[in-house]
Design a protein around this ligand. Structure first.
Ligand SMILES: [Mn+2]
Length: 433
């Protein structure tokens, strides 16, 4: 007997891969674990007759001769089938797209980093010229979009996009796909979101805008992570922490979402005994005082400083400056010599303003060139702190339409960061082909 198996908390990419495997190996029986994501569960209940998946208890493990594993490479995530680990006579085939190396040693392996696992399976389906029904194409495209964040996660590969195009040619239904991927969001979630917005406390930590939202919840409310995610989108802050108490006596659940690479939610949640990714995570903690939880998170963020690239890593220093008494003619000569478009103005080591070529138009009379720069400089300067992130620098530049930001620490000018520095940083981050 051939069996296709996948990971617990089965998502659409896993289900799509499971079904695709049965097209490649028509003899194989698709088996889903007991724990399945809620939207996948809803999908399966409607499509019961079309996709005949079985549960592990319907399978006699002793009869399995070949195990086809999809969308996972670790035995302990396979649920009941992890017991086959030591059955050497069972042939194992593996299809996985996770970049890490797992512990499943297979007889046939297709293991390649890819945005979605279904992309690897589609490669094989195309090679074998297997036609897809619109329903199959829709399920596969749903899995592909879920795992690639609509082709926008950085893990997405060109082949994912080509596979998506192929599935659209096979008449995948985008309306159905949209409804399948819509998060579970009802009246209860709406109330929690409302309370989160009302109880919001916003602070700045290490230059990031962080929002703490403490809500007391009576009874069970599902999909809290969806609510926290929406909350972050609405508040448009760098990170949101939902601190939910009263769910269980003496316990708090903390859910975090971050939009900036400098605030690694996974690291913070691990500090609280939980876990997650850089952008999303959660933790369950023993005591229920939400203020203490906030304090702990704040301390973890402060202790997390060195983890990421900061403005201080990109800035240039020492900075060419002029003092506020420098005559305009000297400033003009300096900018021409260096071919700079502007320069910070400093008084007693403190940033006093900035002078740019475009301010030269304000010099009407020839005698104006003898006047000190402080008469023509722009005294309000947008600055950035060394601990802020490249993304924050980029946002400030876009917001104020400026090409460089003085880097200021405790009122003192310590460097300057330009648009080119920031762009170089972002583009260097892109993977090389
Ligand atoms: Mn996957």
């Amino acid at each position: 007997m051939q069996v296709v198996a996948t990971h617990r908390n089965t998502d659409f990419d896993a289900l799509a891969s499971l079904i695709a495997a049965t097209l490649i190996f028509p003899e194989a029986v698709p088996v889903i674990p007991r724990s399945v994501n809620p939207n996948v569960r809803a999908f399966l209940s409607i499509h019961k007759d079309i996709f005949k998946v079985r549960t592990p208890d319907q399978i006699d493990p002793d009869r399995i001769t070949r195990l086809i594993v999809v969308d996972v490479n670790q035995w302990d995530r396979l649920g009941r089938f992890s017991a086959l680990k030591h059955r050497n006579e069972v042939e194992v085939f593996l299809w996985d797209h996770h970049p890490d190396k797992g512990d499943i040693r297979a007889d046939q392996v297709c293991h390649e980093p890819m945005g979605a696992n279904i992309t690897l399976m589609i490669r094989e389906l195309k090679k074998r010229r297997i036609r897809l029904s619109p329903i199959q194409a829709t399920l596969f495209l749903t899995g592909l979009h879920e795992d690639t964040g609509n082709l926008m996660f950085p893990s997405t590969r060109p082949e994912d996009a080509r596979a998506a195009a192929y599935l659209m040619e096979q008449e995948a239904d985008l309306n159905v796909l949209g409804s399948l991927l819509r998060p579970a969001y009802g009246e209860k979630q709406k109330n929690v979101l409302h309370e989160m917005l009302q109880s919001e406390k916003r602070t700045r930590i290490r230059g990031y805008t962080v929002s703490f939202n403490k809500v007391n919840i009576e009874g069970h409310v599902g999909s809290l992570s969806v609510v926290v995610h929406m909350c972050r989108d609405i508040l448009n802050v760098d990170a949101v922490f939902g601190i939910f108490t009263g769910r269980k006596r003496g316990k708090s659940i903390v859910i975090g979402r971050s939009n900036v690479e400098g605030l690694n939610i996974g690291d913070i949640m691990r500090g609280l005994g939980g876990g997650g990714h850089p952008g999303a995570g959660s933790a369950m903690i023993e005591f229920a005082n939400p203020d203490t939880v906030e304090e702990m998170i704040t301390r973890l963020i402060l202790g997390n400083q060195q983890a990421s690239v900061q403005v201080s890593d990109l800035m240039s220093f020492p900075v060419l400056t002029v003092t506020s008494d420098t005559p305009m003619e000297d400033v003009r000569r300096l900018l021409r010599e260096k071919s700079y478009s502007g320069v910070p103005v400093v008084t007693d080591g403190h940033l006093a303003g900035v002078i740019s070529r475009r301010d030269f138009q304000k010099v009407k009379k020839n005698s104006g060139w003898k006047a000190p720069v402080k008469a023509f400089m722009i005294p309000q300067v947008t600055t950035i702190e060394p601990g802020q992130s490249p993304m924050q620098a980029a946002r400030l530049m876009a917001k104020h339409d400026i090409g460089r930001l003085p880097v200021v620490q405790d009122g003192e000018l310590i460097g300057i960061v330009s648009r080119a520095d920031v762009m170089r940083y972002f583009y260097d981050l892109l993977p090389e082909e």
